[in-house]
Design a protein around this ligand. Sequence first.
Ligand code: CP3
Length: 386
Amino acid sequence: MSTPRPTLTEDNGSRFLRACLRLPVDRTPVWFLRQAGRYMPDYRAVRQHHSLLDICRTPDIAAEVTITAAEFLGVDAAIIFADLLLPLTPMGLDFEFVADEGPRVHAPIRTADQARALRTDRTEDLLYVSRAIAKVAAHFAPPRADGDQLGIIGFCGAPFTLASYMIEGGSSRNYIETKKIMYASTPTGVPTLSSCHSEHCEESPHLSSVSGPGSDAWHILMEKLVTVLAEYAAQQVAAGADVIQVFDSWVGALSVSDYRQYALAPTTDLIARIRALGVPVIYFGVDTASLLPAMSETGADVLGLDWRTPLDHAWRALNYSVAVQGNLDPIALFAPEAVLHARVAEVLAAAAGRPGHIFNLGHGIVPNTPVDAVLAVVHQIKSGNH
Ligand code: CP3
């Protein structure tokens, strides 16, 4: 299944990949979070006949949806059509997407015993995602008209954000159950993920006796998620993903100190394992202004910026040590043409042509976004008319 990867030098690689690595590019690469979604008539047409999970689990359809969106928009990268929650199934957690509500996990994790029962040995059940990636990679193997190679993005959730779905059972406002489990876990200083591994960790009498039932749940969950997500990402890279984006969409719910104490180590572990596969990692979260310096310690090559953070401030605060992706407000796509044009120009001006900027939104395209506005942004970026 593996596709040979070109060595990135000054003379080859796609502009998207080059930007991930902070190499100079002919123009800013652009793609959109949720570029295949309900705002797009083609996607809605496919959804009339297939559920979201059917699309994800049928490689031909997932590949087609991915390819159609990337080609229609004329963007520089295609993100594989899948969902963050797919790994829950082989781990043993059933879920569904409820219309107008979002994901619902049937038996959310609330105890260490439930976390212990999660399985990490069925990751091959997720290979349908890699099969779709192989199809997308084959489709985009020839260079495009402008000679550039389209980037293929695989993705997975970050440990905190996936754990929040597993514990809350769905989307959440205050993450009360998640934080209860987090705060009940063994404090830093005694064995945590970085110093304990696999079966040994689960059976450690030290960890399981610390502060009553449930106290190990967080660390067990983190460790199991890192195991499964690293394997899942490796499948995607073997199938032809050029880059892996790690979605930590809800990490902005954490204070800097809680992020450092409960999320940084497992996320660093996951990102290190993915980078060891030879691909750059984009690490994305929302509401992360204060977390960005800590997030950069994960070793990610690119940080996704939400629109609340001015791109130039955020990048400077990171000492330009990583590439950045973002950060137009997705709701600016509903603004009058001239206002949208000015907002796009603002983002480009903040990046100032420095190598290592990938244009994107600060979060996903929402339903009912005018398709023409998305196309206008792509046109503006390609035309250099800023
Ligand atoms: O082009 C793309 O980006 C589409 C591929 C994609 C989907 N989900 C398909 C999807 C990606 C990258 C995701 C990731 C994902 N899934 C995230 C992280 C990205 C982010 O937005 O922060 C999260 C948090 C999820 C979990 C999830 N999936 C939720 C909360 C929902 C419901 C929200 C809603 O808008 O209804 C989904 C459903 C979902 N996944 C949709 C799509 C296109 C929309 C629902 C549909 O088609 O029925």
